[in-house]
Design a protein around this ligand. Structure first.
Ligand SMILES: [Zn+2]
Ligand SMILES: [Zn+2]
Length: 159
């Protein structure tokens, strides 16, 4: 996606751009990030002597996968954009390439451990049941990590 800058040649000139665009899904660090609805952008572009400053907002509806229960969930994001695109790095000073700005900002906003909700119960380590949907019949031994250490200690002793 390009924004035409041919009417922004004069240093000091600025323009507002408001647009919606369908965007492809992303893949990052083996995670798939679906982008559900069109991305909404409200930007102001400002021509400085050696760069174009791009500022504004990006709104998107992402579909992420919860790191605990592995279900997909919808995560609306609203991001502040503030980029300085150097003219020396542009292929053509009359066209601003937006994709990279969009991808970088979305990836930077991603949580390290996405969670469908703060109190997601995750899945049962025995049978894989989604514990948000109900308890399973497994008897998972809830072992206090301090007790586990103690147990190891005694086991070592017996050897
Ligand atoms: Zn979850
Ligand atoms: Zn289970």
């Amino acid at each position: 996606m390009f924004i035409n800058l041919s009417n922004l040649k004069e240093i000091g000139s600025r323009k507002q751009v408001s647009l919606e665009l369908e965007f492809h899904d992303l893949e990052f660090a083996n995670r798939e990030i679906e982008i559900k609805d069109p991305i909404k952008l409200e930007l102001e572009i400002f021509n400085t002597s050696d760069s174009f400053v791009v500022e504004g907002k990006l709104k998107a509806n992402l579909i992420l996968r919860c790191s605990r229960c592995l279900q997909k969930y919808s995560s609306p994001v609203e991001l502040d954009i503030s980029e300085d695109v150097l003219k020396s790095e542009m292929e053509d000073e009359e066209e601003l390439y937006l994709d990279e700005i969009i991808v970088d900002n979305i990836i930077l906003s991603l949580p390290m451990k996405p969670l469908c909700s703060d109190d997601c119960k995750g899945i049962c380590p025995e049978c894989g049941q989604d514990l948000n949907e109900g308890e399973c019949d497994c008897e998972v031994e809830a072992l206090d990590p301090r007790l586990a250490k103690l147990k190891d200690f005694y086991n070592d002793d017996n050897e």
